[in-house]
Design a protein around this ligand. Structure first.
Ligand SMILES: Cc1cc2nc3c(=O)[nH]c(=O)nc-3n(C[C@H](O)[C@H](O)[C@H](O)COP(=O)(O)OP(=O)(O)OC[C@H]3O[C@@H](n4cnc5c(N)ncnc54)[C@H](O)[C@@H]3O)c2cc1C
Length: 508
């Protein structure tokens, strides 16, 4: 009999782990509390509009390619992955908009036009970011840090002094040594929001993010981000994964230091291996009783749960050619905005926003003659918004976009508008403090310091997803699935999984 694996949660991390284990011969069952598979990477349809619920930036394409190649799937071909040109557009309150191409030579020309000498400095910044990124891929992301000797690699030791500086300085300080014009600093600092943190707190090693958008570029699947989830589920079904939806797990059962199964709808279901893809704080504090928790309450008090957000899913009549596919709106009160979100935990007066117009690339996401807009406004975690708060904020953010793109009629042209806020993150995904992304990537919550993917108390309980290693984002969760797989099958060596042994005759 194959060993039975129970996976709690069908986010990308849970789905990706299910596939690896199913291909390796395990009997895999995924239990998801919601009706839809995909978790934060979900899809919603309203009045003829189709929205990706969360992720919209397809970055680090090689990570996707590597994962899907394990199943002989050419993802680029299957999902029609294409590079977005331009990559994104940035609107400022006190500066003309800038269009970023995702090609450092072209973008350097634009930087130069804003600040003399900054074009060459951008190239250096991106080149150094690429070196850090390459090192991260080779030594820090695809590892469970089970073999410390791997960190004694010549290249890491040689880079030791520089790395220490990059860990101990914040990214704003580093960016300031390359460019002084505020719009340019904002462009290089904004990616920290993708990591759930602030440029005034994130370690400078995350300058590697600029290698992603300026060197590799920004990509998009022809049929939207949810097609990645469809592809994962397609592989899972082909390898015998069983999916149970509308199945909220209420506890993980255990005896003698071993997880024995889960409870769903009052029924006990036995399993040999349990993997939780639910938010780690929820898994630890709500699914396990005190004796099986790896971390005491005091541990969580020292952790930062990460930002929340207000999301707007909007259908607009008529065209909005002022917008590209990805658009960023930066406020002049840049530092104050981050401080409100991360320090004083207040809803900011004005907020730097992200707006995607998917209908720019995929017209099927909106009825003919309409545009599909998704707005993300970062908010502090731990807050609750009532209907009035949500309406006030929605109007404020819509006005901000309308002013920036000189479209005073924007609100009147809206034909559908739905919101998703901090309370929804909590209710829909059991996320800690209503965080949108998961624990922020502060230094103390990154790399070896991020919560590992294995319980300290139950020998067969594992974790996967944005709240454990390596962290937030679709590519990170795919890497995380490989890490959890390696833990379970006992591969200690760092580096991507190269092949999955499908047992013949014999099963796990
Ligand atoms: C608004 C937004 C924008 C983003 N933008 C990007 C982007 O552009 N690019 C990018 O790469 N990443 C982006 N991200 C991050 C990325 O979407 C996440 O890091 C990733 O999807 C998290 O996946 P996960 O595996 O951690 O699982 P989640 O998606 O967090 O899923 C966990 C699942 O567990 C389920 N669950 C919880 N409790 C239970 C229970 N008791 N029983 C059963 N099931 C349970 C939940 O319902 C959920 O389906 C974005 C995220 C958000 C929210």
């Amino acid at each position: 009999m194959p060993k039975k694996v129970i996976i709690i949660g069908a986010g990308i991390g849970g789905l990706a782990t299910a596939n690896l284990l199913a291909k390796a011969g395990y009997d895999v069952h995924v239990y998801e509390k919601n009706a839809q598979l995909g978790g934060r990477a979900g899809q919603r349809t309203t009045n003829g509009f189709t929205f990706d619920t969360g992720p919209s930036w397809y970055l680090m394409p090689k990570v996707f390619e590597q994962y899907f190649s394990l199943f002989n799937v050419d993802l680029n071909h299957e999902l029609g992955i294409k590079k977005l040109t331009p990559a994104y557009k940035v609107f400022f309150e006190s500066h003309e908009p800038m269009t970023i191409h995702g090609d450092v030579d072209k973008d350097a020309v634009q930087f130069e036009a804003v600040e003399k000498g900054s074009g060459e400095r951008l190239k250096t910044y991106v080149k150094e970011g690429q070196e850090i990124y390459d090192m991260a891929i080779e030594h820090f992301l695809y590892t469970n840090f089970e073999r410390p000797q791997e960190l004694a690699d010549k290249r890491i030791l040689a880079a030791g002094g520089r790395m220490a500086k990059l860990l101990l300085t914040n990214i704003h300080s580093r960016v300031s040594t390359f460019v002084t014009a505020k719009p340019l600093q904002q462009i290089l600092e904004y990616p920290m929001v993708f990591l759930g943190t602030s440029p005034f707190k994130a370690p400078a090693m995350y300058s590697l993010m600029s290698a992603l958008d300026f060197n590799e570029g920004v990509f998009y699947p022809a049929r939207g981000m949810y097609s990645i989830i469809d592809a994962l589920v397609g592989i899972g079904k082909a390898h015998g994964v069983t999916y149970h939806v509308n199945a909220p797990v209420t506890s993980i059962t255990h005896a003698d230091g071993t997880a024995s199964g889960i409870v769903v709808g009052g029924a006990s279901i036995a399993g040999d291996i349990i993997v939780s893809n639910a938010d780690l704080h929820f898994t630890e504090t709500a699914l396990l009783n005190a004796s099986a928790r790896s971390y005491p309450d005091t541990f969580w008090k020292k952790k930062e749960s990460g930002i929340s957000a207000l999301l707007l899913y909007i259908g607009v009549k008529g065209a909005l050619p002022q917008l590209e596919h990805h658009n960023l709106f930066f406020v002049d009160k840049w530092r104050e905005n981050f401080e409100a979100i991360y320090e004083s935990k207040e809803v900011p007066e004005s907020a730097s926003l992200y707006v995607s117009r998917t209908s720019a690339t995929d017209p099927t996401t909106a009825p003919e003659g309409h545009e599909n807009l998704f707005v993300l406004a970062p908010l502090p975690s731990g807050i609750s918004l009532n209907d009035t708060d949500t309406k006030v904020l929605t109007q404020r953010f819509l006005k901000q976009v309308a002013d920036a793109i000189s479209e005073p009629e924007l609100t009147d042209r809206i034909v559908t508008l739905e919101t998703f806020g901090p309370d929804d993150f909590k209710d829909s995904y059991n996320s800690w403090n209503g965080t949108a992304l998961g624990m922020s990537h502060l230094l103390k919550q990154s790399a070896f310091w991020r919560i590992p993917n294995k319980s300290k108390k139950l020998k067969n309980l594992y974790y996967v997803g944005a709240t454990t290693v390596p962290g937030i984002g679709l590519p990170m969760c795919l890497i995380g699935a490989e890490l959890t797989y390696k833990r379970i099958v006992g591969i200690k060596k760092g580096g991507p999984v190269t092949s999955i042994e499908t047992p013949e005759g014999e099963t796990k």
